[in-house]
Design a protein around this ligand. Sequence first.
Ligand SMILES: [Zn+2]
Length: 387
Amino acid sequence: MSILLTNIGLLATQDPELGELTDAALVLANDRIAWVGPSAQAPAADEHADLEGRAVLPGFVDSHAHLVFAGDRAGEFAARMAGTRYAAGGIQTTVAATRAASDDVLRANLARLARELLVAGVTTFECKSGYGLDAQQEQRSLRLAGDFTPETTFLGAHVVPPEVAREDYLASVCGPMLAACAPYARWVDAFCEADAFSVDECRLVLQAGLTAGLGARLHANQLGPGPGVRLAVELGAASADHCTYLTSADVDDLAAGSTVATLLPLVEFSTRSPYPDARALLDAGAAVAIATDCNPGSCFTSSMPLCIALAVREMRLTTQEAVWAATAGGAHALRRTDVGHLGVGARADLVLLDGPSHAYLAYRPGVPLVAAVWRHGELSAGTVPPD
Ligand SMILES: [Zn+2]
């Protein structure tokens, strides 16, 4: 089964060889990109759609999200907007609600958020545990998340639950909890922050995860400067996430290492905090991804288009850099080569915009511009003009 898409006004492939093509066409065959080139030279296919001069780009790759939870924290948000400072302790509210929720409630919440992501153009997303905080509950979170994405992350080191002594909890995260969760997780993560876990504690957690065969990622330097980014680079973590407070040495480390700097500007937007210095990272040559960090506390939005708009308008990425960060950058942060670009052989995950160029994502912030989404070669959201 093959589908030919013609009359693409601007095709932003994010493939370094192909770049951006005008008046382009694509052939999807099964779940892969089979052909890319000028509309005039397009081969025949089983089906055809004329995309009317609109822009196409890869499906967004959201490399940072916390979607297994119950309840909401709208009251905490309202209080923060009224002047209360954000602190990591609010996580406990969600932990209590999540533990009390049935599998069905958590699964329904996950399904709703996964659909929300898809409709806004996200075709690959990562999903963390971290609201269960014991072996059984963390394992349950990862098992449920695994029904929606292969990119599951064990985040036992999110916060210490009040009923457990700190040393005992850390021993569990590195021992029995990890053993229960590793079969259901691809990644291990920790919240490295003065309010959460120290750099030495995070090193133990990530090393235990690496030994168990998981890849490492780290919440680092969100609420203040610290040694988190340095640890992520030292351990060869796939991603250091947040990077809001960086020294020039941190920037140099990220530029020299293999760790992607994943920026989460929707968090700064939602917590009314200063944005990271994305230009310093890009100008130094670091790989930069952007992601939603969708979670019920600090940032309850799943909108990659809004994330792109903020990256451009508030962090001074160019429109091209922001789209790269939301697609290929996210794929790098998940160490994936099959998504985040539209070269031949890539997974047929793509977005059709209601607009002639991807600049519209930042130019028209807040407007639902995603007209159609193909995931694994299938039209999964939106519509295309009838042939
Ligand atoms: Zn997070």
